[in-house]
Design a binder for this molecule. Structure first.
Ligand code: GCW
Length: 719
């Protein structure tokens, strides 16, 4: 690179207040600000050698060139094995240049996607080795190495060996073929179906880079509310084009399978999974897919849920349906992720209980390449839910996690809510499936049961917005999902720390302040939306804003009154034996805690109990007062985030500073809206005075009830 350009580069990256549109995500690679570190890195790496040649290695080379040039502010020349301070990169298969430089111990247990990064002195020369058994491992190692630099870690004496804890780490896009995104708040779908396969939007490549950098190795391109059209030959060619782009990044594509596709596309009269012609249709369709995409990952299926067709239309079970697809996919190495998010219109049973009722009788009946994909909680991605009882119930069936990265119920595209904390809370919950210590994380990573495959899915928050996720802090949730899917033992705080350093910089004060905001943000949302275990009290349909009054919908379990059950005596859903008895679906030691009014953690109190307005809580205050105070605390917390953010004006570039500032103002306004609407509504039942420290609502209840948002984003399409 000519000197002039390098100077320009250096100059740009140190101008305070430089405009940043967020497109670069956490892969910004600006010049290292810390002089001592910069010296160390420059001294350590003066040339690089990539020993293999293939498409993934091309990706690696580009990323290293781009990353190191930016971070170190100098070009890294292509090296030879004779160089001192060489960065040596490649796979270590038998008789390779790398295997000669490694001891067996150094590569033990790396598995197919793990990597090792080692500082070595060989023949008097200092080298840094990044290696793995396969290309993908090397790619992950390279991103890890770049992250060390981005976060200012020392790269002297490296001796790192890391392998992922979960095999399939996958995004679920709820993207429709018309480019709308169900529950998407960041613009339209990034898949330009109309112009594929010819036009490859460069965004696809940056999407793949970002995912590979956090270990995501799969993507489901289409909405679980599925459209059979995606399986038509012309659409499959478009899917193939994306698969070809993603392959070098270690990312496989998956699709959603509409259960009735044999009828809609194939012209058959039935989609009965036990009908031979139906099995044959799927066999052939899947053959056709693999001819084009030899590493196709498989299907996600939403069946017999919220109007989607499924095996029960033919009086067959979920196992019959899943196994039919698994039979066709199995010979090609594909998997079926069959969703447990099923609840029936006709069923008067508490929705909380329905998934367990459906799936427990089928435990052991699924083929080995089927996973049951379970949402983190039993209702629906609420701001807080206790873990889904199914995680502690299926012993013979692989169970995988479905988290929601898009913030359908947590402020959508405008609220700062760091979900790392929410997900950790779930992963660390103890199911007691095989006694104490049977955490949800251990259930899904296969350490408790012998599973053919393990997986974690996240419903993506990515869209066509220039900064990908609408809220700049939405990027942190994409990042955190990938990092946790790779290693669920990382703490939410650690992940936030990495993300902030890479996204905003390594300054200590900035880091502490943003980390503090992020670590409180989930609790803040819970406080101003659904404190003390309240749930599902948002606006109908679009789920935007408060709607505790929603009482008439096509089904009772879509209303708010079904869930909060406020009356003159108290509030909350009794799920003990005197109520729906959903608690009995948890293993006994868990159930004993939840069912006890005294032992039940207050954060789940109204989830499991109907509590009197004047009953005393742990603080000594009555429930009504606590409820009001939690709403107020949420508002205060958001005010605190805004105050903190305002002190960072000189430390964050203008564009992102202003953007976040505006969004925090929206969040504050909406936190007050939630507080005022909910307190006014519930006061009709409690008939108690609002504590003095909570301001009087600006408007009366009618005002809030009458607010209408027909064009709120992300609404479910009606086919
Ligand atoms: O949370 C509900 C959403 C629906 C979604 C459904 C599901 C894709 O409101 O939009 O549909 O869950 O997870 O299937």
């Amino acid at each position: 690179m000519p000197k002039l350009i390098i100077c320009f580069f250096l100059f740009c990256s140190i101008i305070p207040g430089k405009a940043e549109d967020g497109y670069r995500l956490w892969l910004r690679y600006d010049l290292i600000e810390d002089g001592a570190r910069l010296q160390e890195y420059r001294a350590r790496i003066s040339s690089m050698l990539i020993v293999d040649e293939n498409a993934t290695m091309d990706v690696i080379k580009k990323e290293l060139e781009h990353g190191l040039t930016g971070l170190l502010g100098q070009e890294i020349r292509n090296g030879t094995l004779a160089d001192d301070h060489l960065l040596l990169v490649g796979t270590y298969g038998p008789n390779t240049i790398l295997s000669e430089r490694l001891t067996p111990n150094e590569t033990q247990d790396l598995g197919s996607e793990g990597f090792t990064i080692l500082s070595k002195v060989i023949d008097g020369k200092n080298i840094t080795i990044i290696t793995g058994l396969h290309d993908a491992g090397v790619l992950y190692g390279v991103f890890h190495f770049l992250r060390l630099l981005q976060t200012h870690q020392s790269i002297e004496n490296l001796n790192i060996k890391i392998a992922p804890k979960i095999q399939v780490r996958i995004l679920n896009h709820w993207d429709n073929l018309d480019r709308t995104v169900e529950r998407g708040y960041a613009g339209f779908s990034i898949w330009n179906w109309h112009q594929l396969p010819e036009y490859i939007d460069p965004r696809y490549i940056d999407y793949a880079r970002a995912n590979a950098s956090i270990g995501i190795n799969g993507t489901v391109l289409t909405n679980v509310n599925a459209n059979a059209l995606i399986l038509r030959p012309d659409y499959l060619r478009k899917v193939k084009a994306l698969a070809d782009v993603f392959r070098p990044f270690g990312i496989k594509v998956y699709l959603t399978a509409r259960f009735s596709a044999p009828i809609e596309l194939g012209g058959l009269e039935t989609a009965d999974p036990l009908d031979e012609t139906v099995q044959q249709w799927w066999n052939e369709k899947i053959e056709e897919i693999y001819e084009q995409i030899p590493d196709f990952g498989g299907f996600v299926v939403k069946a017999n849920s919220e109007g989607q067709p499924g095996p029960q239309n033919y009086n067959r079970s979920h196992a019959d349906g899943a196994n039919m697809l698994a039979t066709a996919l199995g010979p090609h190495g594909g998997i079926v992720m069959w969703r447990a998010f099923v609840y029936s219109n006709e069923e008067p049973e508490d929705r909380h209980k329905q998934a367990n009722n459906e799936f427990i009788p089928l435990d052991g009946e699924f083929k080995s390449n089927v996973l049951i994909q379970v949402k983190n909680g039993a209702i629906d991605f609420q701001p807080r839910e206790p873990f889904h009882p199914l995680f502690g119930a299926l012993e013979k069936t692989p169970v995988m996690m479905e988290f929601q990265i898009t913030q359908e119920y947590l402020g959508q595209g405008t609220h700062l809510a760091y979900l790392g904390s929410l997900w950790k809370e779930v992963l660390e919950s103890d199911t007691y499936m095989q006694g104490k210590g049977s955490t949800v994380a251990k259930v899904i990573d296969g350490s408790l049961t012998d599973q053919y495959v393990t997986a974690m899915a996240g419903v993506a928050n990515i869209g066509s917005d220039r900064n990908w996720t609408s809220h700049p802090f939405g990027q942190a949730n994409w990042y955190a999902f990938g990092r946790l899917a790779w290693d669920h033992e990382l703490s939410a705080d650690w992940i936030a720390d990495e993300w902030i350093r890479m996204t905003f910089g390594n300054d200590g004060d900035l880091l502490d302040k943003i980390k503090e905001m992020m670590s409180q943000s989930h609790e803040a949302v819970v406080n101003y939306m659904t404190p003390l275990g309240l749930h599902h009290i948002m606006g109908a349909g679009h789920h935007y804003g408060p709607g505790p009054w929603v009482d008439k919908m096509s089904r009772a379990d879509w209303t708010s009154t079904y869930y909060h059950r406020a009356d003159s005596l108290g509030i909350g859903f009794d799920r003990t034996q005197t109520g729906s008895d959903a608690i009995s679906q948890y293993q006994r030691p868990v159930a004993k805690i939840f069912e006890s009014r005294e032992k039940c953690p207050e954060k789940y109190l109204l989830w499991f109990h109907h509590v009197g307005w004047k009953e005393k809580l742990a603080s000594g205050k009555i429930l009504w007062d606590e409820l009001c105070l939690h709403y107020q605390e949420g508002v205060d917390q958001v005010q605190g985030f805004l105050d903190t953010w305002m002190t960072l004006r000189d430390q964050v570039d203008e564009e992102r500073f202003d953007h976040v500032q505006s969004l925090l103002r929206i969040q504050l306004k909406e936190a007050k809206w939630w507080r005022d609407a909910c307190i006014s509504y519930f006061q009709q039942f409690s008939k108690l005075p609002i504590p003095d420290s909570v301001p009087v609502s600006e408007h009366d209840l009618e005002y809030y009830r009458n607010k209408k948002y027909p064009y709120a984003p992300g609404i479910r399409p009606r086919w």
